[in-house]
Design a protein around this ligand. Structure first.
Ligand code: ATP
Ligand code: MG
Ligand code: FE
Length: 347
């Protein structure tokens, strides 16, 4: 099936045309420069910007694909989770086009989209597999059993991995978004210079939760360390070493949890998705650990890890082929667990 897909859950306006696991066109317009001065995404500005950019992006997607409406079997949009005002723009545009051109509408869960990035970059990839989803808003270990069938095995108790990168970058006086900057700085720093806590999630009955993450303690540890270094007069701060030590701690912790989960559940294949999947430290740690334990690990290319509409379109074609179609009355939602995706489709 061929689907036109729209993604506006946060600060990227993205439109793509996807034929199953092939990308016919993929347009991504980032609003980062707009939000950077505020140090984070301003929801109202994001919505307004989506509204301004959405139509040119749709036109561009058709131009690049050399396709027209007669080639399109369905129109998809991200409907959850994300910023409600932002989601509304993409989903309303998609529904309007679906009505206008008499096509089915497919609402897509953003995280299911991140999972589908793997199928786009490796068309031979099939479930079951374990997906480590690390993005600006999520840190999850998802057992992917089939299209629409997910089990969440791990999550974060506080900050998401990307959020932790962004907050630590802020402590180090770096720009937003901090993930890519920390990644770049870490390459020249010493990851062993500062020993930071990995952040364990305690269980009420004692011991630790093996698959859940917690990054707030790590963030506080970096803050205390920065304060101490300043007190000792160590300025300018050794940002490269700080970045490398922080990144290494996050990468080691995520890798440990992912491998433990895969081994415990007997899952042989691991995929990774979300913006933080672009992180070079995480990729390296996970690659080495997977090799050591004889597990297969797949990393989508960077442009498929961060937000895009191609991944949304790929998920939509799979649903459409299974007859999963959304009602035009389907709303958007800021929160929806991935285990509940089938609620988006009419039975
Ligand atoms: P969600 O998918 O949870 O709704 P989102 O869509 O905003 O959140 P993504 O676009 O998937 O998140 O990822 C953005 C996050 O990824 C940001 O926090 C950014 O700092 C982080 N990020 C991007 N590149 C890197 C990198 N190389 N290393 C670490 N973090 C990175
Ligand atoms: Mg984004
Ligand atoms: Fe995302």
């Amino acid at each position: 099936a061929t689907v036109l897909a729209i993604e506006t859950s946060c600060d990227e306006t993205a439109v793509a045309i996807v034929n199953n696991r092939n990308i016919c066109s993929s347009v991504v317009t980032s609003q980062i420069t707009l939000h950077r001065v505020y140090g984070g995404v301003v929801p109202e500005m994001a919505s307004r910007e989506h509204l301004l950019t959405i139509n040119p992006c749709i036109e561009q997607a058709f131009l690049e694909s050399k396709l027209n409406w007669s080639d399109i079997d369905g129109v998809a949009a991200t409907v959850a989770p994300g910023l409600v005002g932002a989601l509304m723009i993409g989903s309303t545009a998609a529904k309007t086009l679906a009505i206008l051109y008499d096509k089915p509408f497919i609402g897509v869960h953003h995280l299911e989209g991140h999972i589908y990035a793997t199928y786009l970059s490796d068309p031979t990839w099939e479930p079951p597999f374990l997906c480590l989803l690390v993005s600006g808003g999520h840190t999850s270990l998802i057992y992917v059993k089939n299209c629409g069938v997910y089990e969440q095995l791990g999550s974060t108790r506080d900050d998401a991995a990307g959020e932790a990168f962004d907050k630590v970058a802020r402590l180090l006086n770096l720009e937003y978004p901090g993930g890519p900057i920390i990644d770049r700085l870490a390459k020249t720093g010493n990851p062993k210079r500062f020993i930071l806590p990995e952040g364990k999630v305690s269980l009420p009955e004692g011991g630790y939760h093996r698959y859940d993450s917690s990054f707030s303690g790590l963030k506080t540890a970096v803050l205390r360390l920065v304060e101490q270094l300043k007190k000792e007069g160590q300025e300018p701060l050794p940002v490269a070493d700080l970045a490398a030590s922080f990144q290494d701690t996050v990468a080691r912790s995520l890798t440990k949890k992912t491998i433990a989960c895969a081994l415990d559940y007997g899952i042989k294949k691991i995929a990774i998705g979300g913006g933080v999947a672009a992180n070079s430290g995480l990729r390296q740690h996970l690659q080495e650990a997977a090799k050591e334990h004889d597990l297969i690990v797949h990393f989508p290319p960077l442009k498929l890890c961060t937000d895009n509409a191609a991944m949304i379109g790929c998920a939509a074609t799979d649903h459409l082929q299974r007859g999963h179609i959304s009602a035009l009355s389907l709303g958007v939602s800021s929160r929806l667990n991935i285990t509940e995706v089938m609620k988006l489709y009419e039975s």
